[in-house]
Write a protein that binds this ligand. Structure first.
Ligand SMILES: Nc1nc2c(ncn2[C@@H]2O[C@H](COP(=O)(O)OP(=O)(O)OP(=O)(O)OP(=O)(O)OC[C@H]3O[C@@H](n4cnc5c(=O)[nH]c(N)nc54)[C@H](O)[C@@H]3O)[C@@H](O)[C@H]2O)c(=O)[nH]1
Length: 149
């Protein structure tokens, strides 16, 4: 059976004097183990746990950001499929805005650094094509929503 993990693409909007899309920054965490890769907050689904609960729990554990800090964006979820040490893994990412862009991020021992990055820098940090595509899709979703307003 595939490993399953869930998480959030967390973003924040900077002051309104910065025109979109440059006002949007995405949160990436750098692992303190392995290849020290950069990833959005996410983690493995516990037995019996539902996916969105996992995403919220992991975001709280890994970044110190709870449901009260986040606004989940309607209509966006992305599913990634890749191999980890020879086993298939599926990862679901929802999209959530940090309600107060000044809220501090608090890391756990699993990560050694974090970055709020605009799309281009976030894609450079992300390294993996599937994660880059997810970040690009998130930005497009936010732009589409803004145009409809
Ligand atoms: N000491 C040590 N300990 C580890 C290691 N490994 C795990 N631990 C322990 O596990 C706990 C984490 O538990 P959770 O938080 O619940 O799970 P996740 O958040 O799911 O975390 P993971 O790191 O397991 O999973 P990924 O991020 O998926 O990375 C796995 C591999 O997949 C590649 N990869 C990553 N992202 C992408 C992508 O978007 N796209 C593609 N295509 N590929 C991608 C990349 O090559 C990477 O090496 C930690 O506390 C450690 O105790 C390790 O190497 N050494």
């Amino acid at each position: 059976m595939a490993l399953r993990a869930c998480g959030f693409i967390v973003f924040r909007r900077l002051a309104s004097c910065i025109p979109p899309p440059d006002n949007i920054e995405y949160l990436l965490l750098q692992t303190s183990y392995g290849e020290h890769h950069w990833t959005p907050p996410k983690g493995h689904v516990d037995p019996g746990e539902d996916d969105l609960t996992t995403a919220l729990r992991e975001t709280k554990e890994e970044a110190g950001l709870g449901a009260e800090h986040l606004r989940v964006i309607d209509g966006f979820v992305q599913e990634l499929h890749y191999q980890v040490r020879g086993r298939p893994k599926e990862v679901l990412y929802w999209l959530a805005e940090l309600r107060d862009p000044g809220t501090a991020v608090t890391l756990s021992d699993e990560h050694q650094d974090y970055r709020w990055a605009r799309l281009e820098e976030a894609c450079a940090l992300a390294q993996y094509k599937d994660l880059q595509d997810t970040l690009i899709a998130a930005q497009r979703h936010l732009q589409d929503q803004q145009e409809k307003q």
